[in-house]
Ligand binder design. Sequence first.
Ligand code: PMP
Length: 403
Amino acid sequence: QFFQQRRRRIALSQSQTSDLERRPIELRSDDVLNGITGLIGNTPLFRVPSLSDALGVEILAKAEFLNPGGSVKDRVAVRILDDAERQGLLHPHTGSRIFEGTSGSTGISLAMVARARGYDATIITPDDMAAEKLHALRSLGADVEQVRPASIVDKKQYVNIAKQRALAFSTAASPSVVPGLQDSITVLTDSEARGFFADQFETKSNYDAHFDGTGPEVWRQTNGNVRAFVSGAGTGGTLAGVGRFLKSMEDDVVICLADPEGSGLYNKVKHGVMFDHREKEGTRRRHQVDTVVEGIGINRLTQNIELALPIIDEAFRVTDPEAVAMARYVMKHDGLFIGSSSACNLVACVRLVKKMGLHSGQRIVTVLCDSGARHYSKYLRTAGIPIDMKLVEDMLTGDFSAA
Ligand code: PMP
């Protein structure tokens, strides 16, 4: 009886659809992506209306917060593991474990991609990391080890601990090559279980993810009509990879660094010396960048920063209040809820338009690395504090050509 009823329903629905006018739809060969990693990259490029309208110059943003792990770092995580597998350094479902020291989004992206590819992940983080990032890591099944923030030259710094843990894991599981470590031991055994140090600061896979992915996407999406590219640098992978790709297509594209307070990169670009402007020269340098803006700014040279430095044409230092005001501004006017590094990038976009004296029709591209949802606790802490939107209004209307 059930099947009879069902057949009747189907017959009815068929007779109804045959009465409907069928719209022609162009069929594509295959629009189905494979698994969560299939969703990484190919992010939309969109116009930021409030800033573009006020400036008369198109401010275009890559919506990296739409990656499945919530940030631009998904691209890097999948590329690092792909490259390691291609080189035969990692084999899925062999009990191998990915190690990384990160205070940012890279850990979340690695934890997600590791799960999808059949690996475990251990993420070492400083113990002052935002609560929502910790929850995300744990929800993705990563082992999280929290350590006291320390300088990179300290053995107990989280990146160094991750390196040591990867080596110890491999030695315990099977004495074998430890990828990413120069001082690795090289006795090969039958077991494939390895500890793999992802090493986002130094690995070229980070740069390649942007040179082969983000950069060409920007070029395609703008039809090659892009005057400048603006980005902050944490590892430097985005700035170096996208910047070098765009320059390879069109030498005149201006590459601009957005540097938060406390970072030494601005000084490196402008004066050739890397020091935090808030410290007196000669005092011990901080390697952690202590600012509201998370994820960008650095006080040491890494492989990926070295790749970025030669192609940087312009740099702006962005203060915490400016970044916070910008985040609030685009939230109020565009409904755009972005993270602090993205806000920092937008401030630098405005400065660049003013400094270059750009005119209508010209386009600047930047990346919105993650969403404000990654920073709720910080936003909530500052929610009651009046934010000086005038900072942004002045920036938009003022004359910054001498900045
Ligand atoms: N924004 C956020 C939120 C990040 O976590 C990072 C990476 N640390 C960046 C920007 C900077 O990207 P990159 O490492 O490619 O310089």
